[in-house]
Design a protein around this ligand. Sequence first.
Ligand code: 13P
Ligand code: ZN
Ligand code: NA
Length: 280
Amino acid sequence: ALVTLKQILQEADQSGYGVGSFNVVNMETIIGTIKAAEETRSPIIMQAAQVRLKHSPLHLLGPMMLEAAKRALVPVAVHLDHGTDLAVIKQALDLGFTSVMFDGSHLPLEKNIAETLKVVKLARNYGASVEAEIGRVGGSEDNSEDIEMVTTQVCDAQQFYEGTGVDALAIAIGNVHGIYKSKPRLQFQRIREIDGVVAAPLVLHGGSGITVDDFRQCIQCGIKKINVQTATLTNIVEQVKQLLQLNKQVDYFTYHHSIIDAAYVSVKHHIEAFQSNNHA
Ligand code: 13P
Ligand code: ZN
Ligand code: NA
């Protein structure tokens, strides 16, 4: 069933697990993601990143995500990831997305607050939730840039939350988009401190490459939503490569099922790491 982000994260908070927010790019990744959630009886968030819409147009991908969520046997929120463009955010809301992220993390704090507030006001008209970001998660969404991580300051988080009233807040505590160049060193104490001054659930971007132990410690410190993209896309490429190397006469639908299965395996692994299984 299609549900709001707020509802999913509230239940996660009450029961002490984290919810995976899985990027999807096509029908195969949607099918694999929903299959993993249904089989493990887990609530999930399915998200489309603005930067990927040049490959997967929102007017096609969005309705597929929403239809899959409505038919799912588990609660599914449908979310726009890293929205920077008000027009794209509005398009997602018009389609029926239950939440949107506005990413103003590159802006100075005051400007980020002002721009985020515009999105909060817009989303309220749709009954949708808003995620925003302060500090800067390292790496970049599509690996096109190597952005340096800027740790979120506790006082900034408090000021930002009080100024915007967002429903979820993404923070930077050593997490990086894409592959980690060296072992991630997450600042768990900083998560606790931010959680102490921000009433909204906290979001961890850059989930790929983090160990199960570190995920669980993040959740204990106050993280509720965890974004995963690279791990799933990498697994798909690896599985398809193996299939094509092993079997010279592979037919299209074997290839198609290999994509679904690779997405399913990655999503299932993360659901179990976040311990949201058996909660739907
Ligand atoms: P990874 O690609 O590192 O999993 O990060 C995903 C993400 O933060 C999407 O917003
Ligand atoms: Zn992200
Ligand atoms: Na990552």
